[in-house]
Design a protein around this ligand. Sequence first.
Ligand SMILES: *[C@@H]1O[C@H](CO)[C@@H](O)[C@H](O)[C@H]1NC(C)=O
Ligand SMILES: *[C@@H]1O[C@H](CO)[C@@H](O)[C@H](O)[C@H]1NC(C)=O
Ligand SMILES: *[C@@H]1O[C@H](CO)[C@@H](O)[C@H](O)[C@H]1NC(C)=O
Ligand SMILES: *[C@@H]1O[C@H](CO)[C@@H](O)[C@H](O)[C@H]1NC(C)=O
Ligand SMILES: *[C@@H]1O[C@H](CO)[C@@H](O)[C@H](O)[C@H]1NC(C)=O
Length: 349
Amino acid sequence: MQSFYSIGSATLSKLLVVLVLTFCSVVEAVKYESLDVWVEQLFSRPFYFTNVTLGSQKQNVTVLVDTGSYYLYVEDVQNTGCNDMCKKHGPFDSEHSTTFHNLSLPFNEFNSKGFYGTDDFWLPDGKKISQFRFAVTRNQGEFGNLFGLASRQEDARNIYWATKQAGAADTQGYAFYAGDYTKGIAGKYTIGALDRAKYEGELQVFDHEELKFPFTTLTLADGQVFQMNNTLMLFDTGARAIGTTKEIADPINKALGVDEKGQVPCSWRNLDKSVEFNLGGLNFSVPYSDFFHTNPDGSCSSAFQIGAGNLMGSDISRHLYFAANQETKKVAIAKIRVTDETDMIPFNF
Ligand SMILES: *[C@@H]1O[C@H](CO)[C@@H](O)[C@H](O)[C@H]1NC(C)=O
Ligand SMILES: *[C@@H]1O[C@H](CO)[C@@H](O)[C@H](O)[C@H]1NC(C)=O
Ligand SMILES: *[C@@H]1O[C@H](CO)[C@@H](O)[C@H](O)[C@H]1NC(C)=O
Ligand SMILES: *[C@@H]1O[C@H](CO)[C@@H](O)[C@H](O)[C@H]1NC(C)=O
Ligand SMILES: *[C@@H]1O[C@H](CO)[C@@H](O)[C@H](O)[C@H]1NC(C)=O
């Protein structure tokens, strides 16, 4: 009896320890996946890149992070003309991956042509997404390997959906933290959680399925205010500047003193001035060094460019922390806080 009771209480206390530990991990663990993001110059412009790991041999390829397009595509190793960028970022060798399946569906985006296939996608912490769909391309397009991270209704099985399905994220959503490449500080692309340490104040939340935010006002350095009428702007890390219509861009560029060729003296980039943005009530300033940018030919231009769709490129949006929750169909922004600290929290919008 004595020994029976002592075994019993030891078992009971073990059970208590297990219960307490289980309770703590349920309370504390936020399931997410975080990819390091860094900047490389392409066409003399800064773009964001990350590494992804694909196939049975866990091949690493470097991909351009593009919140403005939809598909992952990687160069095929059999591309005989693999250029410097392709060599640097690594082509994908589908023949040596025993898990690769060619779907034989043609793919063509940004002049990259190839075929869709599926293969295992390895998340940074070693978890696996089985048979993720991506394209393998055979001619080098403008950007080389690219990871389109936008989502749309007709392609619901995107990386956020797949990461949650694989049990590696709590929420089908993501957050982008640019870091600060001008100071050599890397960014993070996080699926499934928010990093509370990396933004200031509270997130401003908007109802929108895509990464679009209302542009309320623009205030120039001399105090002139332009009403932007809450025009929805897509945050596109695959673009620079602000793509908009002639009707919107022309008066702003005129007030800025942009010449008829759309250019400004490059010395303006060094002026200690900034332009104030108000996005749905969130105010932030963009220094002239980001507002005016250098073109591949060495000339300099205003952020306001006439282009397809209303979009805000990474030189503007890098001043913000931004996130999208595909389950609630909401997006959010806050002023970025550049720091090494991390405080992962579940999605709260
Ligand atoms: C990305 O992959 C390349 C090539 O495998 C490697 O040299 C580089 O260190 C990786 N970068 C990060 C941040 O993991
Ligand atoms: C791919 O990258 C991961 C993480 O950086 C690393 O652990 C692994 O060894 C790399 N694999 C290869 C085949 O280089
Ligand atoms: C996939 O199949 C198509 C033909 O349907 C072929 O042309 C292409 O080279 C294949 N891609 C790979 C990566 O094997
Ligand atoms: C906003 O609305 C005003 C008044 O209708 C108009 O003059 C202005 O051009 C609009 N601005 C934009 C950016 O659409
Ligand atoms: C943001 O800027 C606008 C226009 O400059 C101003 O009216 C508003 O009060 C500012 N909001 C905050 C919260 O500072």
